[in-house]
Design a protein around this ligand. Sequence first.
Ligand SMILES: Cc1ncc(COP(=O)(O)O)c(C=O)c1O
Length: 375
Amino acid sequence: MLATDQPVPFFDWGSLYAEKADRYAAIIHETAAAGGFILHHAVAGFERALADYIGVRHAVALSNCTSAMELGLRAGGLAPGAEVVLPGHAFIAAAQAIHDAGGRAVPVDMDESGRHVDPAAIRAAITARTAAVMMVYVNGTVCDMDEVRAIAAEHGLPIVEDAAQALGATFGGTQAGRFGQWAAFSFYPSKTLGCFGDAGALVTDDDALAERVRAMRNHGAGADKVIREDCAVWGTNSRMDNIQAAVLLDKIAWYDQAIARRREIAAKYHEGLCDIAALQLPPAPGTDPRRFDTFQNYDVYCEQRDALREHLAAQGIGTILHWGGIGLHRFRKLGLGGSLPNTDRFLGRALLLPMNHMLRDDQVARTIAAVRSFF
Ligand SMILES: Cc1ncc(COP(=O)(O)O)c(C=O)c1O
């Protein structure tokens, strides 16, 4: 088999470690040998680096993004049964967090493009029971936050952000993570900033909220890790492992390079596929001067999506469907619902091509050739 005939997996998990194996081995060894496992120096170091990267006052390192969202909602005082409006094109984690915080998720439709929530749908879903608007920036592209902020302000509602896929993405020069009361990030291995296990963080400019979440992540304990009898908040165990924090602290220093490579790959996909009328591509990097997209994923939209997917699989090209191809409103047994035609249309036809900073040029070229050979 020629090198160019090698399969291109959707995500090569082993390469995540292999790309800098010696360096990571040293980091993991040093952290473990020093006995720093839970809430030690690397956690505080990463929190500072993350807060500085985004330009917020506080980052609280947590065990994952789902937990970050739940704690953010609880610390923000979500009332039992209160509604949180969010896009239907979102991961179940967001609805899960709302449910676990005692609220009710109200998924709303996307705009015609299917890539961004429809601000008019947010407005229409707001009721007297609405407590917050949750934004979800799928694939590292931030929605039109001018409109969303205007709607939220009109109704006196806080915005909260599921920015799991959007570290470093901007709209109008403002980074994801700075548009609301708090934002949650994921460092799951395949994320743009991924570690070697589960990890997440909440960021905020609100001193009191940060302090509450910091206590809640360790059963209500203070900074000295002692749980006292005057503890006034039910917490949980949502601590980030020190080893993950040490890896993330290293990776955030060269995160911009990883994003630059993703944008380079997106530009190559665009150049190689933009003449195929039956494919709708995400906007090429730099097309929209209001946005800096980070390409957590590269999704193409195609009426013959399933046939294209089979064709690519036969050629050894790995692809996946967003959330298995279904929006939040489809989880009817979990009490979610609504009619979201744009979300259904988009998720029924969207396909994610291989996209990560470790992909080689020949793998990108092979993927482009395989897609082209279908049409
Ligand atoms: C948009 C979005 N929100 C939330 C999550 C959940 O993140 P975690 O696995 O860190 O809880 C993910 C992870 O895939 C995600 O993509």
